[in-house]
Design a protein around this ligand. Structure first.
Ligand SMILES: [Fe+2]
Length: 234
């Protein structure tokens, strides 16, 4: 397996490339339209074939490059079934999986709260679990819950019951980071996440989430309609 974490500066989005070096197949999780040339250059320079462009959710802050990647590479576009997007080729339901190349298995599971249809992905590699948590669990933070059918109560349950039940050495690779951090572990998030550590009560968590007072994402009015078309402009 070859793994790369890639960063898009404007929206501070992480895109992940996971590839099977035996079969020379690669997938991208949460690719961004602004960095499509870079991502394709990396994949081509490694002699890989892109087989899937996978989104964790309908992003509000950036536009996915999924459709554009399909046009160029003939890859398949994948994401949560409950998004109900006709533009997708693969629609995940809870506990689905996808095989990359010979044997790399990506597990897809429903992790609502940031949005109601949000999915996260895991894979097991060298006795370690890698968690691609999208915008549900961020490093020392979590995704906002104040639009796109988000719910702090639901996200609390997702993080506590799904993520914090994973092995503590699970590496957490988030959909964004705004503080130059690249990954964490479940162990560290349970201890150090100030918004939602292992001990915080639902009441206190909701209070903290209600006090975030975040500005509306600059691109939301463009990004959401385009992402509902897998990144194509209508
Ligand atoms: Fe998001």
């Amino acid at each position: 397996m070859l793994f790369k974490q890639l960063f898009e500066n404007e929206s501070c989005t992480y895109t992940y490339m996971i590839s099977c070096t035996n079969k020379k197949e690669a997938v991208l999780i949460d690719p961004v339209i602004e960095t499509i040339d870079r991502d394709l250059q990396i994949i081509n320079s490694l002699g890989l074939k892109l087989t899937y462009a996978i989104d964790t959710h309908i992003h509000a802050d950036h536009v996915t490059s999924a459709s554009a990647l399909r046009e160029i590479t003939k890859c398949k576009v994948a994401g949560p079934a409950n998004d109900n997007l006709e533009c997708r080729d693969v629609n995940f339901i809870d506990n689905d999986s996808l095989i990359i190349g010979n044997s790399i298995k990506i597990n897809a599971f429903h992790t609502p709260g940031h949005t109601d249809t949000h999915f996260s992905y895991t894979l097991d590699y060298n006795s370690e679990k890698m968690l691609f948590s999208g915008d549900a669990l961020l490093i020392d933070a979590c995704g906002r819950t104040d639009f796109q059918s988000g719910s702090s109560e639901v996200l609390f349950s997702t993080i506590k019951k799904i993520f914090y039940a994973m092995p503590e050495n699970t590496k957490v690779y988030p959909g964004h980071d705004y503080n130059n951090k690249s990954f964490s572990t479940i162990y560290h998030q349970k201890r150090d996440n100030e918004l939602i550590n292992f001990d915080i009560s639902l009441k206190n968590y909701i209070k903290k989430m209600n006090n975030l007072k975040l500005a509306k994402p600059k691109k939301i009015d463009i990004a959401v309609p385009r992402n509902n078309a897998c990144g194509l402009s209508n």
